[in-house]
Structures are given as structure tokens and as C-alpha cells.
Design a protein. Structure first.
Length: 425
């Protein structure tokens, strides 16, 4: 069992994860990209990716890659790779609905000898306990007898043009030793950084979910440091720079933890931990700290405005940046919305500017109308919330030009020098 030029691969889900994977695999194999969003398929078919993960040039160069929103188009595939989102619900519980629906659909097409590979982040055991039984039920086939499975967690870092798919080592796994070799060889054909073949699907699932959980906790402790140092009137960045002179100090920065991975994945692990009778304490404590940082930023701004005798009620605030990270159009689970909502609770007028974000998506998902033009001498408070290159290049003078004579400039992302901002996280 070995992948070759006859291997037909269907990528299910063409977002930040699925599209780059489809483009790279199409250089070696016969690939079709499937997505239920016909608008997304039309966009990609015309050679443009609105997520900006794949350049128009690279997308148009992938001439052998086909896109479709008609599920019948994937029927003759022999390998199915699922890259759909795995969000959490309002109670921070895993929402496996996209995975379940994708599995139901695959149950209609999976044939004897086919391999289904999941890349979506899940808790250990989800692939075999939730997804594969659905395929069995719909298809009438027997897992590991008639069809097989693998798990190879995505490691995409949205907006990162250096650490791209082929340059990040890929974890692979399979439901049998032979399938594990097959999955490893398939990804090994495109990933320059190499592969790490895990001993089981559960090990691969667990490895992925702790990657972002560890990062979440590292940021949480730095956020807690920042809260302490702010009370001690010490600049957090200066402390971190000093501590960072030791070789083994981890150089994390304080900030808002949003996006589709770091702020979500820990809840998948804590959900499974509690299901088997263990209540995690450190992980949930880190989540509480990071989930509360938007409210903390808003409160700090209000205190600073008050100290400068600026009337809080109906104050005008400008939020610069809305995506969950700099130089990236992704607004999924952005924590900037927490700042906006908290300030509005103080009866402030809040304008949000972000040239990277899609205004229609922001309006649909968050009910906010982004402003398209920045005006001078208008605001009581300016919050530099996201470190887009455009915003970093403005510098203190330009940023302060948007404020009234008496205003507060809050540098959330440590873009400015300590002396240039009125308050920093």
C-alpha cells in the first residue's frame, strides 16, 4: 500500500487549513477540493483566496487542482482528508457538528479500500469514537476491514509566510501499521521538513491538542505578570527583556488570545479530561485569565481616561485592529470584540478600523460596522489593539493625531516605546 500518481484525494473543507494542503498535494497527486460554500468555491476557481494563505500566483499555478461544491464530484476519490473547523459552543464545550456532518457525507462515498484522514483538532479518541462510527453506519462498511483511517493534525499558523505547510514537520498516524505507512508517505511527499509517525491516532490527536494548550498557558502566565507589574508601576516589556537575557527563559508577550486554535483547543482537552473523571486546574485557570483580558484592557483604559479628567460617559474611542492577529484577515474568535463590548457597556462611542478584515464578515459575525476612514482630533481614547504593519508604521505622532488635545493612547501590542504610550498592556 503506497500512494502514487493514481491516488485520488478529496480535501473536505477549503479554509485556512484545507486550501494550502490541496495546493501542495495537487503537485504530486490527483486532488479535488470540496467545500459546501459555493461562493468560496467560485472564488478559488477564479484564482483568488480571500484568506490570503495562498497567493493568487500559486493558486493559479495549481492548474491540475479542481474545486467543487457538488459532493458527487468526490465520489471516485480513494483518500478523503477532512479539514473542517472544530469550534466550541457558548458553554466552551466542543462543537463536533462540522466533523459529524462531514463524516455523514463521506459515509455516502467511502468504498472498500479507501482511507479517511482527519486533520481537524479534536480531543484524544474523537476520531475513533465519534467520526468513524458515523461513516460505518452510513456506508454499511466495517472500519479497519473495509475502509481505514488516519489522523494528521493541522499546524497552520494563519498569516505566517515563513512557517508554511511544507516547512513544518507533520505528525502522521494510521489505524493499522500499513495505513500509518501510507499516510506518512503521502504527507512525506510534500512536507520538506519531514514527518513524525505517531504510534496511534490517539497519540497524534493528543499531541496536537497540547501544542496550543501549552502556548495558551505560557501566554496566561505572562498576562498575569502584566497585571501584577501594572499595579507595581513597572513596564512589563522591560521586565521580559531583562528576564529574556537568560538562555532558557521563554519569550512570550502579554496579549489577547483569540483565533481558531489557541483559545479553543484547550477546551477540547479539558472536556475529555472531565469526561474520564479528572478536573484539570492549571489549564482552566489559564483559560480564565486569557478569556478575561479583553475586559481587563477596557477597564485599564477607563481608569486612565478618568485619571486624565476625561468624561467617561459618551467618550469617543478608536480601536485600531479587529482581526485576532497582525497582518492576517482572520476574525474568528477575535478577542477585540470583548474590548468593544465592555467599552460600550460604559456608554462609550466606539469606532473600529481594520483594513485587513472583511467588513461584511465582521458585520455578519459581530454586528459591527468597520469605519473605512480615520479622522484626526476626534477621539478621547485610541487603542492600538492589533499589530498590523500599517498600524505599526504610523508611529506615535500619527496615532496621537486621531485624538483630541486631551486623550489616552493605549498600546496593547507593545508596538511603541514605553514613553510613547499613556498605557501599555
Amino acid at each position: 500500500m503506497f500512494p502514487n500518481s493514481d491516488t485520488k484525494i478529496a480535501i473536505i473543507g477549503l479554509g485556512y487549513v484545507g486550501l494550502p494542503l490541496a495546493v501542495e498535494l495537487s503537485k504530486k497527486f490527483n486532488v479535488i477540493g470540496f467545500d459546501i460554500n459555493s461562493s468560496r468555491v467560485n472564488e478559488l476557481s477564479k484564482g483568488h483566496d480571500s484568506t490570503l494563505e495562498v497567493s493568487d500566483e500559486d493558486l493559479q499555478a495549481a492548474s491540475s487542482l479542481r474545486f467543487s461544491s457538488a459532493k458527487s464530484e468526490i465520489a471516485d476519490s480513494t483518500v478523503y482528508i477532512v479539514t473542517v473547523p472544530t469550534p466550541i459552543d457558548d458553554s466552551n464545550a466542543p462543537d463536533l457538528t462540522p466533523l459529524q456532518k462531514a463524516s455523514e457525507m463521506l459515509g455516502e462515498f467511502v468504498k472498500k479500500g479507501d482511507v479517511v484522514i482527519y486533520e481537524s483538532t479534536v480531543y484524544p479518541g474523537a476520531t475513533e469514537e465519534v467520526c468513524l462510527p458515523i461513516i460505518e453506519k452510513v456506508s454499511g462498511l466495517k472500519f479497519n476491514e473495509d475502509f481505514f483511517a488516519g489522523y494528521s493534525p493541522e499546524r497552520i499558523n494563519p498569516g505566517d509566510k515563513v512557517n508554511t505547510l511544507t516547512k513544518i514537520m507533520k505528525i502522521t498516524s494510521g489505524s493499522t501499521p500499513e495505513v500509518a505507512d501510507f499516510v506518512d508517505a503521502m504527507y512525506g511527499a510534500i512536507v520538506e521538513a519531514g514527518t513524525h509517525k505517531a504510534s496511534s491516532i490517539k497519540v497524534a490527536e493528543a499531541a496536537k491538542v497540547i501544542e496550543n494548550t501549552q502556548r495558551d498557558l505560557n501566554i496566561a502566565i505572562i498576562n498575569e505578570f502584566a497585571k501584577i507589574f501594572n499595579r507595581l508601576d513597572i513596564d512589563t516589556e522591560e521586565v521580559l527583556n531583562a528576564a529574556g537575557t537568560k538562555w532558557n527563559f521563554l519569550k512570550f508577550k502579554p496579549g489577547l488570545v483569540g483565533g481558531h486554535c489557541i483559545s479553543v483547543d484547550p477546551y477540547y482537552l479539558t472536556h475529555k479530561a472531565q469526561e474520564v473523571g479528572y478536573r484539570p486546574e492549571v489549564i482552566l485557570a489559564g483559560r480564565r485569565i486569557n478569556d478575561g483580558m479583553g475586559e481587563y484592557v477596557a477597564t485599564q483604559l477607563v481608569k486612565k481616561l478618568s485619571s486624565k479628567k476625561i468624561h467617561i460617559d459618551e467618550a469617543k474611542i478608536l480601536i485600531l485592529g479587529f482581526t485576532f492577529k497582525g497582518d492576517c484577515p482572520d476574525v474568528r474568535n477575535t478577542k477585540i470584540i470583548d474590548i468593544v463590548n465592555e467599552l460600550k457597556d460604559f456608554n462609550m462611542s466606539v469606532d473600529v478600523y481594520d483594513n485587513w478584515a472583511d467588513p461584511a464578515e465582521v458585520k455578519h459575525e459581530y454586528g459591527i460596522d468597520l469605519i473605512s476612514e480615520l479622522k484626526e482630533d476626534k477621539y478621547d481614547g485610541i487603542v492600538l489593539a492589533v499589530d498590523h504593519s500599517e498600524l505599526k508604521d504610523m508611529g506615535e505622532k500619527k496615532l496621537r493625531s486621531f485624538g483630541k488635545e486631551n486623550h489616552v493612547l493605549y498600546d496593547v501590542k507593545h508596538v511603541l516605546k514605553p514613553s510613547e504610550a499613556d498605557i501599555r498592556l
